[in-house]
Design a protein around this ligand. Structure first.
Ligand code: THU
Length: 126
């Protein structure tokens, strides 16, 4: 799947977001190293700290299905802004895709970052 297709899939996932508190919809689309694709959206909670971001929804879905190595994740915000991943999501990416890439849209252009560029000194134990 191309970066453009992956980003379109991430955008389409914004419609699945459960965001009654922030009204900020986020979608994500993740590619495993063996080529499977998993999607996610943000899922908020009345106890705000229980909210799960779109990126982690996609990653946790994939890990729960037996995947542990990912190459790319596209992230899109429903309002068209550039959806830079939060620190917690970057730390989760560091666990399963430290050599992977993050694909975003910036003013209509596709931009690509290395996970290690966005989180240069991620915590690790293994
Ligand atoms: N959000 C994500 O889904 N991904 C991020 O990387 C940053 C923030 C969500 C969480 C919450 O539902 C909403 O955006 C506002 O913070």
């Amino acid at each position: 799947m191309s970066d453009k297709e992956l980003l379109e899939l991430a955008k389409s996932m914004c419609s699945k977001a459960y965001a009654p508190y922030s009204h900020f919809q986020v979608g994500a689309a993740l590619v495993t190293k063996d080529g499977s694709v998993y999607t996610g959206c943000n899922i908020e909670n009345a106890s705000y700290g229980a909210t799960n971001c779109a990126e982690r929804t996609a990653i946790f879905k994939a890990v729960s299905e037996g995947h542990r190595h990912f190459s790319r994740i596209a992230v899109a915000a429903g309002d068209g802004s550039t959806a830079y991943p939060c620190g917690i999501c970057l730390q989760v990416m560091n666990e399963f895709m430290s050599d992977g890439k993050v694909i975003l849209e910036d003013n209509g252009n596709i931009v690509e970052y290395e996970v290690r560029e966005l989180l240069p000194h991620g915590f690790t134990l293994v």
